[in-house]
Write a protein that binds this ligand. Sequence first.
Ligand code: ATP
Ligand code: MG
Length: 244
Amino acid sequence: MEKTPDNETEDGKEAIARFFHVFKKIGANAVLEDITLDIMRNQFVFVSGPSGAGKTTLLSLLYLKDKATQGNIIVDGQNLSRIRRKQIPAFRRKLGIIFQDYKLIPTKTAFENVSLVLEAAGAKKKLIQKKANAILRSVGMEEKGQAYPLSLSGGEQQRIAFARAVVGDPEIIIADEPFGSLDEESAASILKLLNGYHSRGATIILATHDKELIKKRGGAVISLSHGRIQQRGNYTRGHREGSL
Ligand SMILES: Nc1ncnc2c1ncn2[C@@H]1O[C@H](COP(=O)(O)OP(=O)(O)OP(=O)(O)O)[C@@H](O)[C@H]1O
Ligand SMILES: [Mg+2]
């Protein structure tokens, strides 16, 4: 995407996602309040904060599950409050989303859940087979391709959800507690895959309340508390390095 005034920050860098004074109310509940932030292209950003802080809600605004009550969100130069319905499928194809509750389609097999993404993008059958099988292999689920989600464990479903999110090589990977159901070994291997997508150019936005993970992995951190940004920081090899 070319730089436009909408995605170029004041210091001339390219922001892939920008929030300007975003508020989100659900009923009478103020879930997000006055969120202003920039996520740069190819950044690895953690959204942290305790349960109920608003992490999932913030991510859901990015992929248009919901609209902000007030304020503007710009993703890859597109103002989400002005996006047209017919533009939404193409917009969503830029995103790979790992939902906190997986959201796999229960009537489709693991393989079908993953391959649907490629079908929607118009890929040929042979390529779909190849790519879907390769990604299932990389998350250690090659033998469970024909299984239905409800016959899988939480951790297995989460690995399928990861595979589905990344199989189309999205520009932006939005991961909501992607290790929540994984044992240490699977979490490490999924993190390694995620790091691979990051090093090949993807922007990663990862919501977690796992402070140890943030310290270990390092990266930019936006901490939420009661729907507000409480802190912005940057962790490098276990050390917090001031404000962003
Ligand atoms: N549909 C809804 N109706 C009413 N309140 C909601 C709704 N969805 C979220 N909320 C409220 O918004 C707040 C933030 O929820 P959110 O799911 O974004 O938190 P979170 O930081 O992702 O928490 P967790 O770590 O538990 O996943 C919570 O107080 C929650 O009760
Ligand atoms: Mg959440």
